[in-house]
Design a protein. Structure first.
Length: 222
């Protein structure tokens, strides 16, 4: 195994902290990272609270590798607190959890990378250097989950061929206007508003006003 990570722009030894409550895994990871050229592991912790206390009182590391299942504050909560105290410190989540909820919450909390504990030693070592070179280390399986999550949140590019008048009607529905109020604001008859609504429902493939509004908001149609 080659313990030498890819080169990165740094003229000094990089300190890496490890937050992990499993002693044997923590010790093994500390030995692995500490054996790589240019890296040292001056401190390890069993919980986030201890690491936060040290962040406030002593020298800060360049990278923190943090588990999720920890006594006291979880790693998900911890990454947010670490970023508040030391936004310049990179945080890599290192966990057994690959569920979308955990990945999403960790990234939203400020995690710079997300790796599974099943990651090989070589990949773990390389990931520390990767993050310093502007990367966001993730296992391929995690990266795919992230792509799928963001694709769901992205607004749809479809406009469903709505006319400008139909978009005006739909926009007023989103604002909570009744059909009578829509008719008054657009200077249309009640019958004409009904006609436009039927067309909107048909084009959006929905059956009610609430479904039309929900779809328009979810897909960013208006």
């Amino acid at each position: 195994m080659n313990n030498n990570p890819p080169p990165f722009d740094s003229g000094k030894m990089l300190d890496v902290w490890i937050i992990e409550d499993n002693r044997s895994y923590r010790d093994a990871l500390s030995i692995l990272i500490g054996s790589m050229d240019g890296f040292s592991v001056p401190a390890t912790f069993v919980d986030v609270e201890s690491a936060l206390s040290e962040l406030k009182s002593g020298p800060r590391p360049g990278v923190i590798m943090c588990d999720i299942d920890l006594p006291g504050m979880s790693g998900i909560e911890g990454v947010s607190e670490i970023k508040k105290s030391a936004p310049e410190v990179y945080v890599i989540m290192l966990t057994v959890h690959d569920e979308e909820e955990y990945v999403f919450r960790a990234i939203c909390g400020g995690a710079d990378g997300y790796l599974l504990k099943s990651t090989s030693e070589t990949e773990l070592g390389n990931s520390v250097a990767e993050i310093l070179n502007g990367g966001a280390p993730m296992n391929p399986r995690i990266a795919m989950k992230v792509l799928k999550m963001f694709s769901r949140f992205a607004p749809s590019t479809a406009d469903y061929d709505l006319s400008e008048r139909e978009k005006e009607v739909l926009n007023l529905l989103i604002k909570g206007c009744t059909k009578k109020q829509v008719a008054a604001q657009l200077y249309l008859s009640f019958h004409t508003v009904d006609f436009h609504l039927r067309n909107i429902y048909k084009k959006l493939q929905v059956n009610s006003r609430s479904e039309a509004v929900a779809k328009a908001l979810k897909e960013g149609i208006i």
